[in-house]
Design a binder for this molecule. Structure first.
Ligand code: AMP
Ligand code: TRP
Length: 355
C-alpha cells in the first residue's frame, strides 16, 4: 500500500528511426493505460543531447515523436504530452539527484557502458549522468508506475535507489515539514517524500529483437534498416522486411518449449502476439506445424493492418507542425504546475532559500 496518488510517467528519446520495438514495448501500452490512469508522456529532448544531434534534426525528431504518440492514440487533452526541456525543473531536480547518486551506481549502468564503448574517458558527463536525469523525470511528478521496455529496468532500479537515499538523507527535515507520505517497503511502513516507483515491464513485447539477428535488440542505431520496422515504413516496406526476416528451417512448434534456442522464431512469434494482443501460446496453437513462409505472410498482413493507420496519421500530423507545437506547449504548461509544486517542496527540504 502506498499513500501516493497513482500516476504514470514515461518517455522516449527523439532520436529518429522510431521502430516497432518502441511501439510495442512502450507506446502501445501507454495508450492502453490512459483509460484508467493519470498519465504523463514526455519527449525527452534533454536526454537526446547525449548523442549530440544536429539542432534541426533534434527539433524535427521531437515533432515526429510527438506525432507518433498522438497517431498511436495518446489523447493530449486527457494526458500531458510535452518535450522535457520545456519544463526546466527536470534539470533542477537532476542536479539535486547528481548530488544524491554515487559515481559507483552510475558506473554500473550497462547502457552507459554500451554507449560509451571503449573510450570511456571521452564520453560526455551527460551520458554518464543520464540515469539521474531520468530519475528526475519520474520523481518530479512523484510517478508511481513507469511502463517501459526491458532495457530500462536497471535505470528504474537506480531511480528507486535515488528516491530511497533522498528519503533517508532528509528524513528528519521531511518529518519536520510534515510532507512525508507513508509507503510499504518490504514488511515495513516508511515515510518519505518520493515514492519507490514500480516498473511496468511485462508481456511478449518487452524485448523485440532485430529481424536480422535474434540475439540483438531491435534498435534505432542498427546500421541495417532491414533489422527493424520503422513507424514511418509503408505497407510494402513492412511486408518486404518481414519476408526477409531471418528464421530457421524448422516448422513452427506447437508449444513454447519448442522455441528454446530459436531466437529469431521466438521473436517473430512474440511480435505477432504483441500486435494481436494474445499470448505466444495462443499464436503457437494457431500456427503450430506450419512453415514460416505462411506465418510470415499472416504476420505481414497483421503488421500492415495495425501500423498503416498510425503511419498515415503520423504523416498528416507531421505536416502540421503548428498543431504539434501547440500540444507540446499546452502539455508543458500543465506538467509545469506539478513540477513546480514538487520543486518548491524539494527546495524547502534541502535548505535552498527562496524568499
Ligand atoms: P528509446 O527510443 O531508447 O528512448 O526507447 C523508448 C521506449 O521504447 C523505452 O521504453 C524502451 O524500453 C522501449 N524500447 C526500445 N527498444 C525496444 C525493443 N527492441 N523492444 C522493446 N522495447 C523497446
Ligand atoms: N531512458 C529512456 C529510454 O531510452 C527514456 C526516458 C527518459 C524515460 N526518461 C524517462 C523512460 C523516464 C521512462 C521514464 O528509453
Amino acid at each position: 500500500m502506498s499513500g501516493f496518488k497513482e500516476r504514470i510517467f514515461s518517455g522516449a528519446q527523439p532520436t529518429g528511426n522510431l521502430h516497432l520495438g518502441n511501439y510495442l514495448g512502450a507506446i502501445k501500452r501507454w495508450v492502453e493505460l490512459q483509460d484508467d490512469h493519470e498519465c504523463i508522456y514526455c519527449v525527452v529532448d534533454m536526454h537526446a543531447l547525449t548523442i549530440s544531434p544536429d539542432p534541426a534534426e533534434l527539433a524535427q525528431a521531437t515533432r515526429e515523436l510527438t506525432a507518433a504518440y498522438l497517431a498511436a492514440g495518446i489523447d493530449p487533452k486527457k494526458n500531458m504530452v510535452f518535450n522535457q526541456s520545456r519544463v526546466i525543473q527536470h534539470a533542477e531536480l537532476a542536479w539535486v539527484f547528481n548530488c544524491i547518486a554515487r559515481i559507483g551506481w552510475m558506473s554500473r549502468m550497462t547502457q552507459f557502458k554500451d554507449k560509451a564503448g571503449k573510450d570511456r574517458e571521452n564520453a560526455s558527463l551527460g551520458l554518464f549522468a543520464y540515469p539521474s536525469l531520468m530519475a528526475a523525470d519520474i520523481l518530479l511528478y512523484r510517478a508511481t508506475h513507469v511502463p517501459v521496455g526491458d532495457d530500462q529496468k536497471q535505470h528504474l532500479e537506480l531511480t528507486r535507489d535515488i528516491a530511497q537515499k533522498f528519503n533517508n538523507d532528509y528524513s528528519a527535515r521531511i518529518a519536520d515539514l510534515g510532507i512525508g507520505v507513508e509507503m510499504a517497503v518490504g514488511d515495513e511502513t516508511v515515510t518519505g517524500y518520493f515514492p519507490l516507483t514500480e516498473p511496468m515491464i511485462s508481456g511478449p513485447a518487452m524485448r523485440i529483437m532485430s529481424l536480422r539477428d535474434g540475439t540483438k535488440k531491435m534498435s534505432k542505431s542498427d546500421p541495417s534498416d532491414l533489422s527493424r520496422i520503422n513507424l514511418i515504413d509503408d505497407a510494402e516496406t513492412i511486408t518486404r522486411k518481414i519476408r526477409k526476416a531471418k528464421t530457421d528451417a524448422d516448422a513452427i512448434p506447437s508449444e513454447l518449449d519448442g522455441l528454446a534456442g530459436r531466437a529469431e522464431a521466438d521473436n517473430l512469434i512474440g511480435i505477432y502476439a504483441a500486435l494481436s494482443g494474445i499470448s505466444k501460446e495462443a499464436v503457437l496453437r494457431d500456427f503450430g506445424g506450419k512453415q514460416f513462409s505462411e506465418f510470415k505472410s499472416s504476420l505481414a498482413d497483421l503488421a500492415v493492418a495495425q501500423m498503416s493507420p498510425i503511419t498515415q496519421e503520423m504523416r498528416k500530423l507531421i505536416a502540421d507542425p503548428a498543431y504539434i507545437d501547440s500540444v507540446l506547449k499546452d502539455g508543458g504548461e500543465r506538467a509545469g504546475v506539478i513540477a513546480e509544486q514538487t520543486m518548491k517542496d524539494v527546495r524547502n527540504i534541502i535548505g535552498w532559500l527562496q524568499n
